[in-house]
Design a protein. Structure first.
Lengths: 94, 209
């Protein structure tokens, strides 16, 4: 399989690194912001989700992945999210 | 690509796709291994919110944050190594792989410093927990999950370092090169998964209290 046409460019790697470090700084800064516990947690996990998306799309080259590979990745992430949301809803609304 | 095509594949491209898909399924199973622990964390945090908040504040934010930066930079260096192997720049790739392994070791050393500090305070997992500053059952559960999840993650880091060492040796001996570098690609995917898991562990154990 030719990978030259299906891999990230050097610039995209550097932009991804800068974005990831900036988002890490943002998460760190938000820790000291006067947000409520629930809102702060949602913001931090939201930023973490964006960061993992950058890692997956650029560093792991998921954006060039075939449909079966994307299906595997999305299915696993969806199952993890469903598990955590279902458990939180179960315990939270008892 | 000069890799031998196995008899069950009609072309090198098909074989390469099967290898990639197999790796992603493996990464998916790894993710589901952690999913159980993330689920446990969700349950106990919902049950013991205040004690989890106290546990998060007790952890050393600076060390956890440093480790986050260390892993993100290491993800970049391993991606940059693969990029340079594809460009046939072997020396740069070797340098990047060396930096990746050094960053991985730095992560484990920092994690070891954290663990040593916790041990000195009586913060152990399970029934061995004797810390008097945070005496509740919720705090004990928080630190038990902390050790379980960061410990399992650290074991994956050690596995990743072993893979990186093997791949670096292959690049050094030119067996991994511009034409044939599947093992480096797969090793990098594993390293990025370990980084991605930490990206979620960091807010759960250091930030969101």
């Amino acid at each position: 399989m030719s990978e030259s046409s299906s891999s990230s460019s050097g610039l995209s790697y550097i932009l991804a690194l800068v974005s990831l470090l900036a988002l890490t700084g943002l998460s760190f800064g938000m820790h000291f912001a006067p947000l409520g516990g629930g809102v702060g947690t949602l913001v931090a996990l939201g930023i973490a989700t964006v960061k993992v998306a950058i890692v997956a799309l650029v560093f792991m080259e998921l954006r060039f992945g075939t449909t079966p590979i994307r299906v595997v990745a999305l299915t696993c992430l969806s199952f993890v999210a469903l598990l955590c949301l279902g458990l939180a809803a179960d315990v939270g609304f008892r | 690509m000069n890799r031998r095509v196995e008899i069950q594949f009609e072309s090198a491209a098909r074989q390469e796709h099967a290898v990639q898909l197999g790796m992603w399924i493996f990464l998916g199973s790894e993710l589901l291994l952690f999913a159980g622990l993330f689920g446990l964390y969700t349950v106990y945090r919902t049950e013991y919110g205040l004690e989890f908040d106290a546990g998060i504040h007790h952890n050393q934010l600076l060390l956890g944050s440093t480790n986050t930066v260390v892993l993100i930079v290491s993800s970049f260096t391993v991606a940059w190594a693969l990029y340079n192997v594809r460009k046939d720049k072997r020396d740069t790739a070797l340098a990047m792989l060396g930096i990746t392994m050094l960053l991985g070791l730095a992560f484990l050393v920092i994690k070891g410093v954290e663990y040593a500090h916790h041990f000195s305070e009586g913060v152990f997992p399970g029934k061995a927990y004797t810390n008097l500053e945070l005496p509740g059952h919720g705090a004990r559960m928080f630190f038990t999950l902390y050790y379980l999840m960061t410990g399992l993650h650290a074991l994956h880091m050690i596995g990743g370092l072993a893979v990186m060492g093997w791949v670096t040796h292959r690049v050094w001996t030119r067996r991994t090169n511009r034409e044939s570098h599947t093992e480096l690609h797969l090793g990098a995917l594993y390293w990025h998964l370990v980084d991605s898991i930490w990206i979620f562990l960091w807010p759960l154990f250091y930030l969101t209290g």
